[in-house]
Structure formats: C-alpha cells, structure tokens
Design a protein around this ligand. Sequence first.
Ligand code: ADP
Length: 423
Amino acid sequence: MIARLLSTGITPSLDFEESIRVKLINVVSLVFFTLLLFFMVLHTFYTKKYEVVFVQAGFALMVPLIYYLHHTKRYSGAKFIFFAILNLVLFIMSMFLLPGKGVENFYIGIIILVLILVSNNVWVYFLTSIVVILYIAPHVYLNPYPVENYSFITSITAIISIVLSVRFFILIQNQFKERLKIQNSRLEKLNLEKSDLMKIVAHDLKSPLTQIKGLVSILELSDNQLNQEQKLLIDKIKGVTDSQHKQITGFLDAEYFENSYEDVVLEKVLIRKIVETVLDGILAQAIAKGIRLTYIKNTKRNLTINGREVWLYKIISNLVSNAIKFSHSGTEITIEVKSTQEDVLILVKDQGLGINKEEISIIFEKNQKLSTPPTANESSSGLGLYIVKKYVNELQGRVWVESEEGKGSTFFVKIPLFSRGRA
Ligand code: ADP
C-alpha cells in the first residue's frame, strides 16, 4: 500500500494537478500518522506523559480529515486553509501544554507541507523547502533540546518531510514537462494538418486562376477582333486574376515560414543574376505605369550569398513591386547593389508616397496594410514586407527602411556574402 501511495504515476480518472495533490496528501498523512502512533505509544507506555498523548490525539484528528477529503475527492483552497488553521491552533496549543518539548519542529514541518499542498506555485515549493532546511539544520547538528525532548526524532521527521517534498517537487516538474511534451507534439501535429489543408485549398484556388490567365492571354492574341469594351473587360479579368494569384502566392509563402520544420539546403546564389531577372520581369509593369527603373551596379560581377535563389528573388521583387505600387507616374525607382568585404547592400529607392513616421516601426509585421494606399488601385495583402523580413532573416541579413512622407522611401537589405564556413 505504501508503494502505491508513493508511486509517481498519475491517477487517470483525476485531473493532473488534483492527482498530484492526492499523492502529496497521501504522503503527508502517512508520515503524520506513523509518527503520531509512535509518539502516542511512547508517551502512554514509556514516559507516561498523558497530557502529550492528549495533544497528539488532537493531531490524530487530522488524519481522518485528510482521508475524508481524499475519498470525497473534493479539494478546495478553502478546505486546505481550514486544515492549515486547525493545525496552527493545535500547534499553538501544544506549545502551551508542552513548552520546549520540540513538538514545534515537527509541527512547523507539517504546516510547511500543508502550504506546499495548498499552493500550485513552484517557487513556493522551492522556498518552503529552503526554509525547512534552514530551520531544521541547526537542530540536527547542534541538538539544542535535551534528548528526552525527542528533538532528534522531530528533526528526523522534518527531514523525511523535506525529502518527500523535494521528491514530489521533482515529480511535479517531470510530470509537467511530460505533459507539455505530449501537448506540444499534439499541437504540432494539428498545426501541420491545418497547414497541409490550407496548402491544398490555396493550391486548388491557384490552379483555376492560372488557367483563366492562360485563356485570357489567348483571347488577347485575337486583339484585332475585339472591340474596345471587350478589351477593357479582358484587362479587368486580368487585373482581378493577377491580384488573386499574388494574394495566394503571398499566403503560401507566409505559411511556409510559419510551418517550416524541414532543414533547407542552402546554395550559392549569384546576386546580379537574381536582380537582373527580377528587373527583366517587372520592367513591363513599371513602363505601363510610366515609372523609370534605374539599375546601379557598384559591385563586382560575381558576388554570391549563401541561400536560395527563390528567397532573394522574392525579397527584391517584393521591394521593387511595392516601389512601383506606391509611386506615381513620371517618377524614378533606383535599384542599387553595393558591397563591402563581408556584406552586400541592396537599395530600392523610390520617389513615391513615402511612409508615415509612426507606421515605420510596424511595416514588417504580418498583415500590415498601412495608411499609404497603392497609387493605381493595385492589390494589397499586407504580407509582402513580412515575407521580405522572414527571407532576409533566413539569410542572416537585415532589412530596414528610411522614408519621408510625400518624398519617397528607400529600403535597404544587407546580407552576408558567401563564405565557405557557412556553406
Ligand atoms: P502590401 O504591399 O501587399 O500591402 P506589404 O507588406 O508589402 O503589403 O506592405 C505593407 C504596407 O507598407 C503597404 O500597405 C504600404 O502601406 C507600405 N509600403 C510598403 N512599401 C512601400 C513603399 N515603397 N512606399 C510607401 N509605402 C510602402
């Protein structure tokens, strides 16, 4: 039975914390009851101090109370406080009836254990254990009471209590950790399932859009057979599908970062190649809006970084397409690539609307659509800069912005250059 009382398993029918409490109560009751029996027998038959037996009979009342609580499985803070107060009263009584007999040592130990039972706070366990040790240690080593006052026995009792409380302190910690581990893995699994589902949905939404885009391009080929109204409608369909396509791509990119548990294999990325690919692809968009793109290459041809081509592509294309989106016709966007011994610095500078001072600090956060609206009704998801920041972090770089409202913005991306050590 003792082994069962001290076992570290959790009673399945009980809530976790409650089951720990039951264990603690069992241990306290067991220690308490054994010692009381020992003292009562000792005082009845050996010392014949019946007043001690009387007080101890009072203490013994605690045991049925604890077991009542145990069997009804009703543990409330109020009951434990009542239990603690009752114990305190008995303790004070014992001090008056049996002054200087060392009973208080034993009782302080018990009350501290009750405190441990009532509290759920790890620090209470820790601090009370320290207090008990500090309180008991001098009694063990200095033995201030005469032997007939049983101070040695009471100190041993308290030490047993400490050992048990430490044992249960460790048990609680381990079981909490175990629980957290189980819950974490469950959450991780759920999260993966959710993310897979989202990816499927997003992917399924993306495919028909790609088909629509293809069909619209075919329609555009028969340009001369279409009247003005039909051409306008086709442009609208194109605009809507493009915007939806971008939103879904942005969502998939953000999902990738939040749910990516895989180790990504890094490659050597040629910076100039990516910048030029982005600019080639986006040039038509800039021309359509009457914006001039200027590319300044202040650097060697073959500079590389450690990363993934697609990451750098997304960083630059998001910044340049934002610059176009938030600029008026007739302005200029400058893309500049500079390098130092260790880093490459990419600047995307526009003469557009600029960013409000207060909003600069939150611009890279998720879903931030700020007060600056696109100049030609373009779509805005609030994900672009969040994705830029995430990719730059993956590349162990830094991104920041300087901007003045009405005058334009410059986005800076600084990434460490390729080094063999990091390959
Ligand atoms: P989106 O462009 O899809 O709205 P982003 O995360 O790329 O999302 O940008 C967030 C917000 O930051 C934009 O809505 C806009 O208000 C502001 N912003 C981004 N780039 C610029 C820029 N070059 N000039 C002015 N404002 C910008």
